[in-house]
Design a binder for this molecule. Structure first.
Ligand code: FES
Length: 144
């Protein structure tokens, strides 16, 4: 992680230098350095359709599973108690990538969210992950 930060700083320095070299009174296009949150809408309703589903046994107690394609996180804070949240971070729209230590983790800037209620517990995100409706039937969890 430190390495990434260093690289980032270096490229920013380089960019600053380039910018200085190219000063012409023209505004540079806005940098979308941390973007990536918009692309999710390009596919419209998606090809899969229907609610996201996951096998209950794939969701660990005290942890969770991320359904990347559906952009949903399904968690099980307590045995038999399933929750679901959007997988889109409320900070800048990255998709969260893992659930660990009872928290949902966004890789972009390190926000952590509770698996119980989706509230931010650390990192820059201020708003909770929106919760979704969960129904369990025949060992299968559906999220809508
Ligand atoms: S987008 Fe910044 S922490 Fe998730």
């Amino acid at each position: 992680m430190t390495e990434t930060d260093t690289t980032h700083t270096t490229s920013l320095d380089r960019r600053t230098m380039l910018r200085s070299a190219a000063v012409g009174g023209v505004a540079l296009p806005l940098l979308a350095a941390c973007g990536g949150g918009e692309e999710a809408t390009s596919g419209g309703a998606g090809s899969g359709g229907g609610p996201a589903t996951v096998t209950a046994s794939d969701v660990p107690v005290g942890g969770g599973t991320i359904l990347k394609d559906q952009e949903v996180v399904v968690t099980q804070p307590k045995k038999g108690d399933y929750k679901a949240f959007t997988a889109i971070c409320t900070h800048q729209g990255c998709t969260v990538t893992k659930v660990e230590g009872g928290q949902i983790v966004c890789p972009c800037h390190g926000s952590h969210f509770s698996i119980t209620d989706g509230k931010p517990v650390s990192g820059p995100a201020q708003a909770p992950l929106a919760s979704k409706k969960v129904s369990v039937s025949g060992g299968q969890i559906s999220v809508s």
